[in-house]
Design a protein around this ligand. Structure first.
Ligand code: UD1
Ligand code: MG
Length: 452
């Protein structure tokens, strides 16, 4: 039986933030969300999350978590935090304890630690800069005999580069015994989980210290600088995965993923592209430089030209968007649609082959097939109180600089003359226009400057 305990009650003082530390994002998701994913991969019998500082905020961030929330009412250290979970854990269960601020650990690394044939196993790593981590102390036979926190370390101990990840595995019965024997006799006056190692060694228990191959997945984040390091590692992983899945990243280091992107093959992603939320890109999609794409699904061979911003967009065929287009939630584009520069589209369905090429606002609208929307067309969807719908049927041609005052309906194959303000429905197959007739003023002269 496997129980997992995640320690997430700490204040995270060093983060200097109103947001509890475990909710600080990496790749756009709370650190704790990453950890829950990793431990869920182990199919444990129960997950216990110890919360304290900002407990309500942390719980609210995980409405679907179906493990146990455990409350630590005072912040007395990692040992004290772990102890709060023990009453809910069977004596013969194995317990995996993890700090809540190390989001990059992989399931496979944890699984390997669980396979260790020892009574107490801990995961360590070699740090170029061990500052802030507990140092692993080994005897002449290379056996771990203690962990020394930075604050309590002698100058010599502080030089040790093997550091504690904070992850350990033990039998519940043993762990509960060590935890109740902990004393806060250290510089910070805390009950250190790490002191369990010394207690176990004193009992003659076999301790196994596993040095992780990839130190980067065990880094913790106590402050913003460490959080930035974790972010960089995470982004590296996301970029690598995109390339493994078949995407070309023209300047990989400048592509950011805050969420999850799935790509078909031969997708091309330009420099400085930001993805957020859930993004799906079909085969051969190209995303030009400087685009921001959020929660969108683009079908195969769609092209997003440079500096376009898309959110909540779905295409049902290959489309061309941009450069400099802004597509807002509820945009639905069919095969062959073109949305050009300085066009904003919101809550609108655009039918096969329709074009909105320049400087337009199309909001709360349904466009049929083969519609041509001229430059500077505006759907006047808002009367100051309510939003209204514009419908443009297939084959209609809207002349440049037209205002469509919604609610309004333009019939099939209708033509609207440039510069019109359309506030009544437009008949199909007709030319409608509201333009004032052009007139010539005979004998009019341009003003001239007074002669001095
Ligand atoms: C801890 C370890 C250190 C290790 C490092 C790895 C101890 C004493 N030290 O130090 O050896 O190298 O992690 O990143 O264990 N927490 C609680 N309640 C508390 C205190 C902390 O739930 O009373 C939680 C925190 O929210 C955090 C985790 O425990 O998620 C670790 O606490 P933190 O303060 O980050 O410990 P470190 O100083 O990083
Ligand atoms: Mg920490």
């Amino acid at each position: 039986m496997l129980h997992v305990v995640i320690l997430a009650a700490g204040e995270g003082k060093r983060m200097r933030s109103a947001l509890p530390k475990v909710l600080q994002p990496v790749g756009g998701r709370p650190m704790l969300a990453h950890l829950i994913d990793s431990v869920t991969g182990l199919s444990p019998d129960q997950i216990h999350i110890v919360i304290g500082q900002g407990a309500e905020q942390v719980q609210a961030a995980f409405p679907e978590f179906n493990g146990q929330w455990v409350h630590q009412t005072e912040r007395l250290g990692t040992g004290h935090a772990t102890r709060q979970a023990m009453p809910q854990i069977d004596a013969d269960a194995r317990v995996l304890v993890l700090p809540g601020d190390m989001p990059l650990v992989r399931s496979s690394t944890l699984a390997a630690l669980l396979d260790e044939p020892a009574d107490l196993s801990l995961l360590s790593f070699m740090a170029d800069d061990p500052t802030g981590y507990g140092r692993i102390l080994r005897d002449a036979q290379d056996r771990v005999f203690d962990i020394r926190e930075q604050a309590d370390a002698s100058a010599q101990e502080a030089m040790v580069k093997e550091v504690n990840s904070g992850v350990l595995v033990a039998r519940a019965e043993d762990l509960a015994r060590w935890l109740s024997a902990l004393m806060p006799k250290n510089v910070q006056g805390e009950y250190y989980l790490t002191d369990c190692i010394g207690l176990a060694v004193a009992e003659g228990i076999r301790v196994s210290g596993v040095i992780a191959e990839d130190a980067r997945e065990l880094m913790g984040a106590n402050d913003r600088a460490q959080l930035a390091l974790l972010e960089a590692v995470w982004q590296g992983r996301c970029r690598h995965q995109l390339m493994v899945d078949g995407a070309v990243l023209q300047d990989a280091r400048s592509v950011y993923v805050n969420g999850h992107v799935s790509v078909g093959q031969d997708v091309v992603i330009g420099p400085n592209v930001y993805f957020q939320g859930e993004v799906v890109l079909g085969d051969g999609v190209t995303i030009g430089p400087g685009c921001v794409i959020t929660d969108s699904q683009l079908e195969a061979r769609s092209k997003v030209l440079p500096y376009s911003v898309l959110e909540g967009v779905k295409t049902t065929g290959a489309v061309s968007v941009g450069p400099f287009a802004r597509l807002r939630p509820g945009t639905r584009l069919a095969e062959g649609v073109k949305v050009g520069n300085f066009v904003e589209v919101k809550q609108a369905t655009v039918g096969v082959g329709s074009k909105i090429n320049h400087l337009s606002y199309i909001g709360d609208a349904v466009l049929g097939e083969g519609v041509n929307v001229g430059a500077g067309t505006i759907t006047c969807n808002y009367d100051g109180v309510n939003k209204h719908q514009t419908t443009i049927d297939s084959g209609a041609f809207i002349g440049s600089n037209t205002s469509l005052v919604a609610p309004v309906h333009v019939g099939e194959q209708a033509t609207v003359g440039a510069g019109s303000v359309i506030s009544k429905d437009v008949e199909p197959n007709q030319l409608s226009l509201t333009r004032a007739p052009q007139k010539e003023v005979k004998g009019w002269k341009r003003p001239t400057k007074p002669s001095s």
